[in-house]
Design a protein around this ligand. Sequence first.
Ligand code: COA
Length: 260
Amino acid sequence: MSESPVLVTDAGAVRRITVNRPDKLNALDAATLDALRAAFEQAAQDPAIRVVVLTGAGPKAFVAGADIAEMADLRATEGRDFSLRGQKLMRTIETLPKPVIAMVNGFALGGGLELAMGCHLRIAADTAKLGQPEINLGLIPGFGGSQRLLRLAGRAATLELCLLGTPITAERALQLGIVNRVVPAAELEAETQKLAEQLAASAPLALRATLDVVNVGGECAIEEGLQYESAQFGLMFATDDMREGTRAFLERRKPAFTGH
Ligand code: COA
C-alpha cells in the first residue's frame, strides 16, 4: 500500500498538515489535492484545534507545483476541472475559521506558491525559492495564483513572476510582501512553533472574526467592509473571551481564552 500523500499530526492545539510526496518534491496531484482538502475540513471541525501549520515533507520542497506528469495529457475540460479542484482547496484554506501558517521549507513553485498564498501567514526558510513558473510549461497559474498574487503583492510583482517564470529568493519574496517572515533554515521549525503557540493562546472567536473581516473586506467596497467590521466587533461583546481579555488586562494578568 502506498503511503498517504498527506500526514496529519497534533501537538496540543496545533495541527500539522504535511504534504508527503518527497520523491516528487510534494507535487500536487488530484489525490493529494483531495486529501489536503479533507484534512483542512477535519481541522476546521475539530474543536481541540486552534491553529494549523502546513508544510512539505523532506529537506528540499514545500511543494514544487501541480503534478506535471498528471497534467501533461489532460484535455481542455479536464484541465479546467483540475484547476477548479485546486482552487477549491485554496479557498477552503483561505476561508478556514482558524489561522493557517504555511511553513515554506524549500521550493514553493506554481501550485506550491498558490497553496502558500491560500494560507493566512507565510514563514519561509532563507533557502526557499518561490515562483510561478507555469509559463515555462506553456501554462498559466490555475490554482488562484494570478488572483491571489495580484491581491497580495500587486500588479508589477504578479506580472514579473508570471510572465518571466523565474523563481525568486525568500528575501525578495519578503520585500514584495509575498511572505511575512524569513528565518534561517535551521530556525524555521522553532520560529514557526513560536508563531503557532502565540496564535493557539489567542482568542479563537476573535481570530475567526479577524479572518472573516479580512476575507470579506478584501472583496467589497469600503462602506460595506466597515459595516461588516462593526457588526463583527459588536459580536465580540457577546463572548466570554472578550470579558476575559479585557478583565485580564485590567487585573494585570495573562488571559485564559476558552473559545466561548
Ligand atoms: N510535478 C511532477 N513531478 C515533479 C514536479 C512537479 N511539479 N517537481 C518535481 N518533480 C519530480 C521530478 O520529476 C523528479 O522526479 P523523478 O525523480 O521521478 O524524475 C523529482 O520530483 C525530483 O525533481 P528534480 O527535478 O529531479 O529535482 P531538482 O532538484 O533537479 O529540481 C526543481 C528541482 C524544483 C527546480 C524542479 O523539480 C522543477 O523545476 N520542478 C517543476 C517546477 C514547476 O514548474 N512547477 C509548476 C508546475 S505547474
